[in-house]
Design a protein around this ligand. Structure first.
Ligand code: CA2
Length: 166
């Protein structure tokens, strides 16, 4: 069974309690329940975690190398600051979807830069909790789509020459 690690970054534990006009009214456990429901429909296993600590997120990303086939991450405020999270994602080299509840590109200028986007497979932003569901569905499709085979190596010049003399 495909296993996907879902990570929520700092302050997302406050969802639903304040800043509702930006992040919506659903608390994090409601978002997690919707993610788990979709995971069941897709027959993937999800492990959902939240941390306010950059180092803890880095450790979880490193550990994902064994046992997980992909990562969905909302790095929250660390999106715009964390080279450590970017480096961890680059090091594990798992297909990763970056998620945001809000559309970071139409907010303050400092939110336009993501250190994560350059190492992510894709980014989904601006759709509230649905961003997570689209990310999970997209990552599932990405992981289950048939991949093109690598081209077979061309025969070496010597072998070609031998064949041509027959
Ligand atoms: O839109 C997103 O998902 C963000 O990742 C959320 C981050 C923000 O720093 C990013 O620029 C965009 C903030 C998460 C904080 O969430 C709160 C939720 C409720 C109340 C206060 C903060």
């Amino acid at each position: 069974m495909i296993r996907i690690l879902i990570l929520h970054g700092p302050n997302l534990n406050l969802l639903g309690s304040r800043e509702q006009s930006v992040y919506g009214t659903a608390p994090l456990d409601e978002v997690d329940a919707a993610i788990s429901k979709l995971a069941e429909e897709l027959a993937v296993a999800v492990d959902i975690r939240q941390s306010n600590n950059e180092g803890e997120l880095v450790t979880w990303i490193q550990e994902a190398r064994s046992g997980y086939q992909g990562i969905v991450i909302n790095p929250a405020g660390y999106t715009h600051t964390s080279i450590a999270i970017r480096d961890a994602l680059a090091a594990v080299d798992l297909p990763t979807i970056e998620v945001h509840l809000s559309n970071i590109h139409r907010r303050e200028e400092f939110r336009h830069r993501s250190y994560i986007a350059g190492v992510a497979t894709g980014q989904i932003a601006g759709l509230g909790p649905t961003s997570y569901l689209l990310a999970l569905r997209g990552l599932h499709d990405y992981l289950t789509a048939p991949r093109k085979q690598k081209k077979a190596a061309a025969p070496s010049p010597t072998r070609r020459a031998v064949r041509n003399t027959r």
